[in-house]
Design a protein around this ligand. Structure first.
Ligand SMILES: Cc1cc2nc3c(=O)[nH]c(=O)nc-3n(C[C@H](O)[C@H](O)[C@H](O)COP(=O)(O)OP(=O)(O)OC[C@H]3O[C@@H](n4cnc5c(N)ncnc54)[C@H](O)[C@@H]3O)c2cc1C
Length: 399
């Protein structure tokens, strides 16, 4: 197989690169001392530049590149999307994209739902959180208990969600609720959309070991959600939610970002020299040096797994166990990158204080070390992904 661009893809790549050269604000460019993840999340000092960059992307339809133009997309093919994602990663640009709930609405939503919910996602006006997990339902999500009872044109929702990332910042939520408690557990669930500012929703924070406040508990007390906000058929929401997870797990683009991270680390380590021997850090210790090479090989594997997902999407298929393969590999690979990088940086690798001159590269590797722990749990644990691969991919019996 030839992985090089076709002539049409090469033309598109040139178009993307020239767009970036003309429009990508210098203020958003990554320096060695900068941690792009915290910066993009916070908006920080670069809030105006970020808005300007978003508007430039909106103008091209590149915030939702896969979507039709009428919903603010650009109708790009999966391969063109990959080229766009590659350029974003190579430039170290912040990842600005529509949430996966949008792609789910695109597959299962009505024309009215598409018109109402998709354009604000593209413009960055709606910020969504995900109400799946509950205190007693994580991996066994279909056991969820949050109850929605129909009352006229509304559902009345009561219950609790947990680990709701970004609920404190979100103005919209998509959630799975039980609408038929008598049906078998996968058959009585509905996928609902709701604004967060309606009476009866309360968000309480859960603070993480990295000091970040990303998670929440979300409580629902007699919350009224219009029946028209159900995506797909009532009581068939499990399958809508599964489409959502397939999109979430596909992780297109992250492979290129991982390769870019390794490049940035390599450049830094080659520049940094031991004050006594004058050798670069990469030349000093054999074991981590060889481990670093393994990470480069894995970056190529990750890219190939992403390309498989893309080639399926290009044929109109929604990857399923293939998305689980990408998810499990990519998230465990992130943890290996974090481990190798902190080893290569020695004792300094554990520092996160951005104000200290001893902290390498803004402390991004120590932060990654902490934050990558949870990535093999979020979106379905590695064990659950392996179960999916075993049963749906390899046809093995359920354990
Ligand atoms: C960073 C992060 C962000 C998240 N964001 C959200 C969010 O926005 N919205 C949301 O709804 N949820 C969110 N979650 C929750 C996440 O989906 C759950 O944590 C995850 O599905 C696992 O559920 P659990 O924590 O209840 O673990 P459990 O299901 O209790 O699992 C505990 C352990 O048992 C193992 N296990 C369970 N069942 C099996 C099995 N059948 N076979 C083999 N092993 C098994 C698991 O792999 C795990 O190691 C987030 C989690 C994280 C870490």
């Amino acid at each position: 197989m030839d992985f090089a661009d076709s002539p049409e893809q090469a033309v598109f790549r040139t178009e993307v690169e020239s767009f970036f050269s003309k429009n990508f604000p210098a203020a958003l460019e990554v320096s060695d001392e900068d941690d792009p993840r915290t910066r993009a999340e916070a908006g920080g000092d670069h809030g105006d530049a970020l808005k300007q960059w978003r508007m430039a992307l909106v103008g091209k339809g590149w915030i939702a590149p896969a979507w039709p133009k009428e919903y603010g997309g650009a109708n790009l093919s999966p391969m063109e999307q990959f080229i766009l994602n590659e350029t974003v990663a190579e430039r170290g640009a912040p990842v600005l994209r529509v949430p996966d709930v949008g792609s789910t609405i695109m597959v299962h939503g009505t024309a009215e739902q598409k018109a109402e919910f998709l354009p604000p996602m593209v413009r960055g006006e709606s910020r969504w959180c995900q109400g799946y997990s509950e205190p007693g339902s994580g991996s066994d999500l279909a056991s969820l208990q949050t109850r929605a009872i129909r009352d006229g044109d509304d559902f009345v929702v009561n219950g609790q969600k947990i680990w709701t990332s970004g609920a404190h910042l979100a103005n919209m939520i998509f959630m799975l609720v039980r609408t038929d408690p008598e049906a078998p557990k996968h058959r009585g669930i509905t996928y609902l959309l709701s604004p967060m500012n309606v009476p009866g929703i309360e968000v309480r924070p859960l603070v993480q070991m990295s000091d970040a406040r990303g998670f929440n508990e979300t409580f629902f007390e007699d919350v009224r959600i219009p029946v028209k906000n159900a995506v797909g058929e009532i009581n068939r929401g499990w399958y809508v939610g599964a489409t959502h997870l397939d999109f979430e797990r596909s992780s297109i683009g992250s492979a290129v970002g991982q390769r870019k991270m390794l490049d940035t680390l390599k450049d830094y380590l080659l520049k940094e020299r031991d004050s006594k021997s004058g050798k670069t850090r990469l030349g000093q210790v054999d074991a981590p040096r060889l481990e670093f090479v393994d990470r480069y090989i894995e970056a190529t594997v990750a890219k190939t797994l992403s390309q498989r997902v893309i080639s399926m999407q290009a044929r109109g298929l929604i990857p399923n166990y293939e998305a689980s393969m990408t998810k499990v590999f990519s998230t465990e690979f992130n943890q290996r990158i974090a481990r190798t990088s902190t080893k290569l940086l020695g004792l300094y690798g554990g520092l996160r204080d951005q104000k200290s001159s001893h902290t390498p590269m803004g402390g991004r590797w120590a932060t990654m070390y902490l934050s990558s722990v949870s990535s093999t749990i979020a979106g379905g644990t590695s064990e659950i992904q392996r179960n999916v691969i075993a049963t749906r991919g390899l046809g093995l019996p359920r354990g």
